[in-house]
Design a protein around this ligand. Structure first.
Ligand code: HEC
Length: 122
């Protein structure tokens, strides 16, 4: 498992930490709102928490601010909408044996909506 180390002045760190400890942002665009609905309706919340929503799972990482990270899946992928889509659809090829099932149920536009929602969780 790889990860980034970011050094910053203490006051900046305190602001970052306070933001990370807070609830997830609420989506404002129709595409991101559709993504949130699909996320909630597709069982993602059984394993993931998005603070301030009905998703309270504890098996996978907390996704409350996932769009603000430097990478996805422990530096396996960059953090952008295309990478979210790849991960959701094909994570077992990206990281074989990980505990998340691949999701082939989404149409291209649904996958784009879920990815847009997650990328907006900063
Ligand atoms: C059965 C449990 C489970 C379900 C259901 C599940 N996930 Fe995951 N998910 C995981 C686990 C475990 C990981 C961490 C995998 C790893 O890196 O080893 C993960 C990782 C992720 C990541 C990368 C997070 C990071 O920290 O980089 C995203 C994004 C994600 N899941 C989105 C989703 C979405 C969207 C759904 C629903 C369509 C979903 N997951 C459903 C277990 C689950």
């Amino acid at each position: 498992m790889a990860f980034y180390v970011v050094a910053m002045p203490q006051p900046e760190f305190a602001r970052w930490l306070a933001h990370e400890a807070g609830p997830a942002s609420t989506p404002t665009t129709p595409q991101a709102q559709e993504g949130m609905h699909l996320f909630t309706a597709s069982g993602c919340g059984a394993c993931h928490t998005v603070r301030g929503t009905s998703a309270t799972g504890g098996i996978g990482p907390d996704l409350s601010h996932v769009g603000g990270r430097l990478s996805l899946a422990a530096a396996t992928l960059p953090n952008d909408e295309a990478a979210f889509a790849r991960w959701i659809k094909d994570n077992q090829h990206i990281k074989p044996g990980n505990l998340m099932p691949p999701y082939g149920i989404f149409s291209e536009s649904e996958l784009a909506a879920v990815s847009n929602y997650l990328a907006g969780l900063r």
